[in-house]
Design a protein around this ligand. Structure first.
Ligand code: PNW
Length: 478
């Protein structure tokens, strides 16, 4: 990454790395933690690669000090972590607080701040308390108020020190992979129905929490709250084919637009989503009410409920029109299929085509379509599978090319990018793929109980980028 021109990045640019609780913490039943949907999902056989689990993962619950060393070696200005909801509220409600869990996050947050690292904290990164799943989980209307209570508890407990909050991570992924495809926890397969309901309740939960923060905490704490949205960049497979062009618009509407339009656009779902889903319900004779729920006038609107845009970007797609699906399904409603371009290298896993300039295009699209608010890239990364390569030149090239595109988005497209968080600080439990995919800037040796962390070359080079930017900024000040 030494060739990277860092002059495009503003002096207060946030250089970060991200993790999530279930993927790194382990200690799945330690010190009073309640189980989450991912504990349940992994303990059922046949769901995850080789039936691996996050029971121990990187054991960050006990080895936090080792993670902190990694953060300091990288010279990060920011670190994004998530709170395990069931670690602090074992049954998901504030009826019972697990003080040991609260102590753990107090230690993490205090250590970060003492080291001059700004924490960004996600409240729910896929791991819903199982007790809440047992009452309908994200499909239940009540979840929005329960989440709001949890969010208020976190604002009250940690908000004196945490100033950057993400309510929900990637509602698209948890809704679609968890309730349409059934390949993520909670493993529900109800195509064309549940994902829309789950997404809706996540938006309601997010909006209520933002409003709570805005009215009761902002004046005291002065922080910011957002929701992390994942999106591919998409272009028509055949730009000369109007059907592919329209399918591409739908592809973006059904992923980014699903959540960005209510929060940053019109306050409602994208028109194409509403009309397609309604038309297909009619066509397929579905008459049990609207599949895409409507926002109630009696609740706070989702519009404007974000203080910055949080984007998780991994890959891009060429999109072609898809028609004729005769069964209810999200993809049938979407009427679009994303494919990879043969010229794009694949990183570790089939879906992860490496397309750095897609990030620049997506950033510009967000600015032009949704908002001029600052954007944090809250996740972006490159995975390895197969034999470990500590000298991970491919990943180094990936980060250099991607950061170059972020720099161009700032200097050439005028996008207000405030920060970049690499996924991930450490190799960790990559959901249904288990430990076979490695996204870390630090390698973790999962074969020994010490779970030793050691630098990948990409980690060392990322540290050099941060320090180069830092010294350039300092010399400008002199
Ligand atoms: C994101 N897919 O999830 C998550 O926020 C991280 O927890 C995760 O480790 C990271 O991306 C890398 O995968 C995704 O299958 C998980 O398309 C799976 C998919 C997309 C995003």
């Amino acid at each position: 990454m030494s060739a990277l021109d860092v002059s495009a990045f503003p002096s207060d640019f946030a250089w970060g790395a991200s993790t999530s609780a279930y993927q790194i913490e382990g200690g799945w039943n330690m010190d009073g933690k309640g189980p989450s949907t991912w504990d349940t999902f992994c303990h059922a056989k046949g769901k995850v690669f080789e039936d691996q689990t996050g029971d121990v993962a990187c054991n960050s619950y006990q080895l936090w000090e080792e993670d902190l060393k990694c953060i300091l070696q990288l010279g990060l200005t920011h670190y994004r972590l998530s709170i395990s909801w069931a670690r602090i509220l074992p049954d998901g409600t504030t009826n019972h607080v697990n003080l040991k869990g609260v102590e753990y996050y107090n230690k993490v947050i205090d250590n970060l701040i003492a080291s001059d690292v700004t924490p960004m904290v996600t409240l729910c990164h896929f791991d819903l308390p199982q007790a809440l799943e047992d009452c309908g989980g994200w499909q239940s209307t009540d979840i929005a108020d329960i989440f709001e209570n949890y969010a208020r508890f976190c604002f009250k407990t940690f908000g004196d020190r945490v100033k950057l909050w993400i309510t929900v991570n990637e509602p698209y992924v948890y809704a679609k992979l968890g309730h349409e495809d059934g390949i993520f926890a909670p493993g529900i397969k109800e195509p064309g129905i549940s994902a829309y309901l789950v997404g809706h309740n996540m938006l309601r939960a997010h909006a209520k929490s933002w409003h709570s923060y805005n009215s009761d905490f902002r004046h005291l704490q002065g922080g910011q709250v957002s929701i992390a949205l994942n999106s591919d960049w998409a272009e028509p497979l055949d730009p000369g084919c109007p059907k592919d062009v329209a399918a591409t618009e739908r592809y973006l509407a059904f992923s980014l637009g699903w959540f960005a339009c209510p929060v940053f656009g019109t306050g409602d779902y994208p028109e194409s989503m509403k009309s397609r889903i309604e038309a297909r319900s009619l066509e397929l004779g579905y008459n049990q009410g609207p599949r895409l729920p409507r926002f109630s006038k009696d609740e706070p609107s989702p519009l404007g409920t974000a203080d910055f845009f949080a984007l998780n970007y991994y890959t891009s797609r060429k999109v072609k029109n898809l028609n004729g699906a005769r069964e209810l399904s999200f993809t049938g409603d979407e009427g679009a299929e994303g494919v990879t371009d043969p010229s794009w290298p694949i990183s570790g896993i089939y879906w992860l085509a490496v397309v750095p300039d897609g990030l620049r295009k997506l950033l510009k699209y967000i600015k032009d379509t949704y908002t001029s608010l600052p954007i944090y890239i809250t996740e972006n990364g490159f995975s390895q599978s197969g034999p470990v390569q500590k000298e991970d030149d491919d990943r180094c090239t990936f980060y250099q090319d991607t950061l170059q595109e972020v720099g161009k988005a700032i200097s050439q497209e005028g996008v207000n990018v405030k920060g970049y968080f690499a996924w991930s600080l450490l190799d960790n439990f990559e959901w249904a793929e288990g430990f076979r995919l490695r996204f870390g800037l630090f390698h973790v040796d999962f074969s020994t109980p010490e779970l030793k962390r050691t630098f990948y070359r990409s980690g060392r080079e990322y540290a050099a980028v941060i320090s180069k930017h830092h010294s350039q900024t300092k010399s400008k000040l002199v």
